[in-house]
Write a protein that binds this ligand. Structure first.
Ligand SMILES: Cc1ncc(COP(=O)(O)OP(=O)(O)O)c(N)n1
Ligand SMILES: Cc1ncsc1CCOP(=O)(O)O
Ligand SMILES: [Mg+2]
Length: 235
């Protein structure tokens, strides 16, 4: 497997669905199918929280979500669980600052995608040194989906981290809804990662379409100085 191209990853990060059984009132694989039909471009399997599945049941759900993603050509990232990602042959792993260290995960997953949560320019500097492929930055807004979330950052952390990492694929996360997408993208993110904006709605396809429409609008208008400087400026 070749290393992922940053340009491809930026496109996949546009509308990133983070999902597990605890977030859904119906089968999470069905929600993934509907959300992909509505425009989701990458999926993270995050099986956490009260009554989270474990062992064979967790693996079974992950396998069905992977099958849906493969059918539609959408990359699947596994949250925290490197063993599961390797067993499934998933496209990558997302880890945070309290998870298995990034260097170790990189060695274990080879060229699969490595996503890392960062909250400050210093964490981002270390993350880039440790060869993360993309950063997840947040919570940008208050979230109902993560009990142990860090304090809300607004868009300030995103702007700071983008300022220091012009070429890095970056996704904003935490409390993002269709009407807040423009702030997150204007602060320098390549896309948004959401749980509740898609899973806590009666129609995941419709919710994804609304988010996707908002993203397409703001990404097409974004001031090119915010990111994507010409290659000679990146040397
Ligand atoms: C895209 C994205 N960004 C951030 C996170 C949070 O990861 P982490 O800090 O490890 O917290 P948990 O999700 O493991 O509870 C994420 N999952 N995805
Ligand atoms: C996993 C995670 N990491 C930071 S905030 C968050 C939860 C995002 O969920 P929501 O989109 O419902 O706020
Ligand atoms: Mg984690």
């Amino acid at each position: 497997m070749k290393p992922v191209e940053a340009a491809d990853l930026k496109a996949w990060l546009k509308l990133y669905l983070v999902i597990g059984s605890a977030n859904c009132r119906k089968d999470a694989a069905e929600v993934v199918e509907e959300a992909i039909r509505g425009g989701v471009t990458m999926v993270q399997f995050r099986e956490k929280g009260r009554n989270a599945l474990e062992g064979a049941a967790k693996r079974e759900l992950a396998g069905r979500i992977l099958a849906v993603c493969r059918k539609h050509g959408v990359p699947l990232i596994v949250n925290d669980d490197v063993d599961l990602a390797l067993a499934l042959d998933a496209d990558g792993v997302h880890i945070g600052q309290e998870d298995e260290p990034a260097e170790q995960v990189r060695k274990r997953i080879g060229n699969r995608i490595l996503g890392l949560s960062v909250h400050s320019p210093e964490e981002a500097r270390l993350g880039a040194e440790r060869h993360a492929d993309y950063f997840g930055v947040g919570p940008v807004f208050p979230t109902v989906s993560k009990e142990d979330a860090r304090p809300v950052q607004g868009t300030a952390a995103l702007r700071n981290i983008r300022g220091m990492h012009a070429a890095m694929p970056i996704v904003g996360i935490g409390g993002i809804t269709a009407d807040r997408v423009h702030e997150v993208i204007q602060a320098g993110a390549d896309g948004v990662a959401v749980i509740s904006a898609i899973t806590h709605t009666p129609d995941a396809c419709h919710a994804a379409m609304e988010l996707s429409r908002a993203l397409t609008g703001v990404l097409s208008k974004r001031n090119p100085l915010v990111y994507n400087p010409p290659p000679h400026l990146l040397k």
